[in-house]
Design a protein around this ligand. Structure first.
Ligand code: S3P
Length: 447
């Protein structure tokens, strides 16, 4: 058997020179958010669900393993995952606590999914996840009838979901625009006795709504207001293919724009409008990219052709109106902004402090080591460009945050020189093939 190289070994193999470009076709790894939801809805449905191209990343495997611990049968054959659905929220008592690792999405969504079981369930996370707030989800679920016990400290994992809740419908104005919170509430609302009304303060990714409809559930959307009907009939199993993750593609798009002589064709990435904020901003700036839409239901996807920038682009503004559509792209957008003319303003983005790391702070510190002109604000960042980035003044550190790790690798491509990155292995959270993918796209005309 051929030993798989560790991410650190792959990173050691990565050669970065000042004359490289990105060339070729890139099949973006599948979308992380849609992968989590496909597993969850497949588990709930009656009959078999077939998922083509489930993302095999660490976070998604946490959802998969946790569902298996709850008695859901799954098999994998090549790129297909087959799920034998439970035909409802009929789970088995897990023998041990559910270990959710780094996956905030699993933790938040599972609170709603498992709100009404007749046995206790303990949710555990790794050090980073155990510092991310849970009460934003627990509080409205408690209003529906959920009971939890925090096992270490209020607001944080580990926690125990207590048995025997009888969920009531909810009429709730969400204080934050969060797809994880919204999805937990939708899943609880399906189990409640009455319909629920959920009002969002701003748009966030709508994969749960789309997939619920695809599986036969009833949810109506009127502007930012959602009405969810309790499930009277089981959802039914589906066959679905997961499109590429736009938040993963964004690192390759930024790298291709910034490395001279590049041309990459990104195949089959999600073009769901709640996820394409980065592409929309680039189009407004007339960046050299062409989007070809292929499918529209239930999730749109298509190809994106990107070539290098030949003119200086102007800076960006990100605020509450478009933040939701770029929430996971802020690290790569911040790096990109260092190469734009004038100040890029990111505001209304306090939520970034509650991601895998406090991203506003970590972006400021790590890009600062490379000479970026970046000022941390309480709710965002101000990034002045264009700046010639230089080799790091001290060791770069991803702080075990996958999107910071990938941002730093792209920063090294822009500089044209490699330097060690502490925590590089965290890329497996959303893209286990990140380094290999990059190696296969990098071409050096001088070699
Ligand atoms: C996700 C929602 C987002 C995003 C996260 C994945 C999801 O968080 O940052 O990476 O799959 O629902 P919010 O809860 O802030 O929307």
């Amino acid at each position: 058997m051929i030993e798989q190289k560790t991410i650190q070994q792959q990173f050691n193999d990565l050669v970065i020179t000042p004359t490289q470009s990105l060339q070729g076709t890139y099949q973006t790894p599948s979308d992380k958010s849609i992968s989590h939801r496909a597993l969850i809805f497949g588990a709930l449905a009656q009959g078999e669900t077939v998922i083509n191209r489930l993302l095999p990343s660490a976070d998604v495997l946490r959802t998969k393993t946790a569902l298996q611990q709850l008695g859901v049968a799954m098999t994998t054959q090549g790129e297909q995952t087959m799920i034998s659905g439970q035909g409802g929220f009929n789970f088995n008592e897990p023998a041990t606590a559910l270990k959710l690792g780094n996956s905030g999405t699993t933790a938040r969504i599972f609170l709603g999914l498992l709100a009404q079981q007749n046995f206790p369930i303990t949710l555990n996370g790794d050090a980073s996840l155990s510092q991310r707030p849970m009460d934003r989800v627990v509080a409205p679920l408690t209003a529906m009838g959920l009971q939890v016990q925090y096992l270490s400290s209020f607001d944080y994992l580990p926690l125990e979901i207590l048995p025997g809740a009888q969920l009531r419908g909810l009429n709730y104005r969400m204080p934050i625009a969060s797809a994880q919170l919204k999805s937990a509430l939708i899943l609880a609302a399906l189990q409640a006795e009455q319909p629920s009304i959920i009002v969002q303060p701003a748009a966030s990714r709508d994969h749960t709504e789309l997939m619920l409809q695809q599986f036969g559930g009833q949810i109506q959307q009127d502007g930012l207001t959602l009405t969810v009907q309790p499930l009277h009939e089981p959802l039914f199993g589906q066959t679905l293919t997961i499109p590429g993750d736009p938040s993963t593609a964004a690192f390759f798009i930024a790298a291709a724009l910034l490395r001279p002589n590049s041309r990459i064709l990104i195949k089959n990435q999600s073009l769901n409008p709640t996820r394409t904020g980065f592409l929309q901003l680039l189009q407004q700036l007339n960046a050299p990219l062409t989007i070809t839409k292929q499918t529209t239901t239930p999730e749109s996807s298509g190809d994106v052709l990107v070539t290098s920038l030949t003119t200086q682009l102007n800076s960006l503004v990100i605020d509450r109106d478009n933040l939701g559509s770029v929430i996971d792209e802020i690290p790569i957008i911040s790096l990109f902004a260092t190469q734009l003319a004038g100040p890029t303003i990111i505001r209304d983005a306090q939520e970034l402090r509650y991601k895998e790391t406090d991203r506003l702070h970590v972006i400021t510190v790590e890009l600062g080591k490379l000479g970026a002109q970046i000022v941390e604000q309480s709710d965002g960042l101000i990034i002045n460009g264009p700046t010639k980035l230089h080799r790091p003044e001290s060791t770069l550190d991803a702080h075990q945050d996958h999107r910071i790790a990938m941002m730093l690798v792209v920063a090294e491509l822009i500089i044209g020189e490699k330097a060690p990155i502490k925590g590089i292995e965290s890329v497996t959270i959303s893209n286990p093939t990140f380094i290999q993918d990059l190696i296969s796209l990098l071409k050096d005309k001088s070699v």
